[in-house]
Design a protein around this ligand. Sequence first.
Ligand code: FCB
Length: 462
Amino acid sequence: MLIAMRNFILLLLVLTRSSFASTVKEPLPFLWGVGNAAFQVEGSPQDSDWYRFTHKAGAIKDGTNADVATDFWNRYEEDFKLAREMGANTFRISIAWERIQPAADRWDMAALAKYERILTKMQSYGLLPVVTLQHFVLPGWLADRGGLLAKNFPEIYTQYAMTVMNRLSAAPASVKLWMTFNEPEILVFCGYFWSCWPPKVYLEPVKAVNASANIARAHLMTVTQLRRAAKSKRNLSNVQISVAKHWTPVQPKTNKDGDVKAAQFYDDMFNRQFMDAFLYGKIRFLMPGKDASVTQTIALPDQRPGMDFISINYYQRSIVSKLPVYPHYMSVTGPGTKNDLGWEMYPTGLYTLLKDVARYKLPIMISENGVADKTDQYRPDFLKAHLNALIKAKNEGVPVVGYLHWSLTDNFEWAEGLSPRFGLVEMDYKTLERKPRPSYYMYRDLIKHYSGTMRGLPWGFR
Ligand code: FCB
């Protein structure tokens, strides 16, 4: 009788514990980290839209390319060591789609295995991986089919994303924090409106809204498949998914009605319509111009938001005014001190946007924030001031769960080339030697200082 009672109590304990474990998420610590993206650091590139672009005469401002970059593909362990020694506990990388799927009908399992090794090594340094599935670059064969506007783009993307997540969410890589896309709005605006990046289309708002809608459909389809698969596949059951959203706090240039309206329009177009699509399946993309709108509602499984957490990349605010000619608005950087790329450094913007983004009632990770500053004259203060802004918002109840500085090392800055220096660690591109800048030590001290007091929040995975 006693034994039966004991067994019954044990069984009850096991049952309550396991149901407890499946409903309550353990807090992760506050995430202190750095981020990079495949094309910007890896080197050894495969055929992609960006590989082709970087080899076009005159396309890259300083005439460099990303063929070697920081050689992260081979030297990743050096960077993990540097990050760990700085006290980071998180490292964001991205997967080069063109390596995994070098042709429409070819999957390179060796490339997937290499990422598995990279991610496993990362964790041996005590770094939690955050992985972006698409950071601006598309495989060459997909670019040939129309890129973001390709027929069946959402299906093609979802197949790729599920292939990668299935493998890399399982042991030994065990990645749980994923981002489907990086800065979809920048990708679309640069590709189809301002013609700064491939496919270099100028002022075509209809294409831009269609590309935006295709990205949203791809994200929502991936999330739907992931959540379905998670019901039976253990490796996927704890996955948390997001989109790294570039967010700019918008201010009208003057209080005049025209400027105020232009600023509202810009804020909606750049910030909010993307959030509505990714979170609620409400596709409502609108840009200036005739027929430049797409509306569609996509139902999400279990009525959960389409992102488990929000990730924000923050660099600067936008001052917007009305233009008498198309596209009827103009956006410029703020009046304060500028970095090497002419972007204003404006830490208050981080506080403002966190208070604003808190409205979505989800954990918020700052997935990028950094400064182009070759001589490191601004970066130490930049870091301090931005962290102060973040902590102020956190202390006022905004659920900030992490800060990932862009970037650990200097890297290839897209159409600008290798010249802009975003690294806490300086790259000598001739020798590939990494030399920590004073701001590296500053970040180390700040992490140490804050780690004692900054609590994690109840989010994340078991
Ligand atoms: C962001 C990009 C990132 C890097 C920084 C400086 O917009 O996501 O890849 O280029 O800007």
